[in-house]
Write a protein that binds this ligand. Structure first.
Ligand code: F6R
Length: 353
């Protein structure tokens, strides 16, 4: 177990600067607001009757965070697609946004090709790669994601770009004030959880220490359900740790019953519940009773109250917090948070198709 207050050791474990990328989340959101400048999105894209965001892993989560946020407002259905091809309902009156940091992810390319084939309105987001080539060849609007990191660490860019696209097409209202406040909230949260703040005063370090040696199960609801998935992904990819996520209220109809077996799992698990004053009041009740059931099974659990007044601020600050926890957990395990050798191995084994 490494000492999280040993900044020199942390620096050695993080040669690619994951902690720095994490610290830049507010800056990413700030900068990415200008990403659509100079990009011509055809006016008829605003007539789309449904929106499909196609992407995988770190390039899908931004879409899911956006989707969870705007569900109550957006006048057309927005779906996040993580698979080859596209569902049958996607056609000429759909808008497909293909999001891939590298631009080379085969599932996302497959969805983009399928969209071209069906004459769908198509937009691409990437740093370059084959998606960019495809967009150039077919004169499709391509938004450059310019941020040097591993894909998952560029979430501020992909999130803000997707939000801006939906805003500029008029599917949702502009929210510059809310975004500015969310950025402020992230900065103040950072003052409490950055590496320089010692463990005894640092809630992100404290949570990482609790998670050390345990399986992290993350529960979220409504606008924070996608954040639960983000935490799970970050625990997997940064800390190389087992982690899963569940959503309220659905988990109350199945997972709740599954805390008994195998018996040793109970003491090797920690359930982190993302809580919000903005949840439907019945969801708050569900969190409370779920905590009681977990107690009965002696499963350790904790509740994290989201920061910020707006759903947007809560989503971004909760992502920010979880990202820090995942990096600290990586360091407790003594692993470099940046590389993903298993994912790279799999992509290499499958070869390019
Ligand atoms: C790596 C990561 C992965 C990738 C995924 C898709 O940091 O988060 O989940 O995002 O393998 O690759 P891209 O983003 O290049 O389409």
């Amino acid at each position: 177990l490494n000492d999280l207050d040993d900044l020199e050791l942390m620096g050695r474990l993080d040669p690619a600067g994951m902690l720095q990328r994490i610290a830049e989340l507010p800056l990413q959101c700030q900068e990415a607001q200008g990403s659509l400048e100079g990009i011509e999105i055809p006016a008829h894209y605003a007539q789309a009757r449904n929106v499909v965001i196609a992407g995988m892993g770190g390039s899908a989560i931004g879409g899911e965070l956006v989707q969870g946020l705007i569900e109550g407002e957006c006048r057309v259905p927005v779906m996040v697609r993580r698979d080859y091809g596209l569902p049958a309902f996607v056609g000429e009156d759909s808008l497909v946004i293909a999001s891939s940091y590298s631009g080379n992810t085969e599932e996302t390319l497959s969805a983009a090709r399928c969209a071209l084939h069906r004459g769908t309105k198509l937009l691409a987001i990437s740093t370059g790669g084959r998606i960019m080539e495809l967009a150039r060849k077919h004169a499709i609007p391509w938004v450059t994601l310019s941020y040097d990191s591993v894909p998952r660490a560029a979430v501020g860019h992909s999130f803000t770009i997707l939000l801006s696209i939906l805003q500029s097409l008029g599917f949702i209202s502009q929210r510059p004030q809310e975004l500015a406040e969310a950025i402020e909230e992230m900065h103040s949260l950072q003052d409490e959880i950055r590496p320089e703040v010692p463990g005894k005063d640092n809630p992100a370090k404290a949570l990482a220490e609790k998670l050390y040696g345990r399986m992290a199960i993350v529960y979220g609801a409504q606008h924070l359900a996608a954040v639960a998935r983000r935490w799970k992904g970050q625990f997997n990819e940064n800390a190389k740790a087992w982690s899963f996520f569940e959503e309220f209220p659905e988990l109350n109809h199945n997972a709740l019953e599954g805390y008994q077996f195998p018996v040793p799992f109970a003491k090797e698990t920690l359930v982190a519940m993302l809580s919000s004053s903005l949840y439907h009041p019945r969801i708050g009740e569900r969190l409370r009773v779920t905590g009681e059931v977990l107690d009965q099974h002696r499963v350790e659990h904790l509740k994290l109250e989201a920061w910020g007044a707006s759903p947007l601020a809560q989503v971004l600050t909760a992502v920010h917090f979880g990202d820090y926890v995942s990096a600290y957990l990586a360091m407790l395990y003594g692993v470099n948070p940046s590389p993903n050798p298993a994912i790279d191995h799999l992509k290499q084994r499958l070869g390019r198709k």
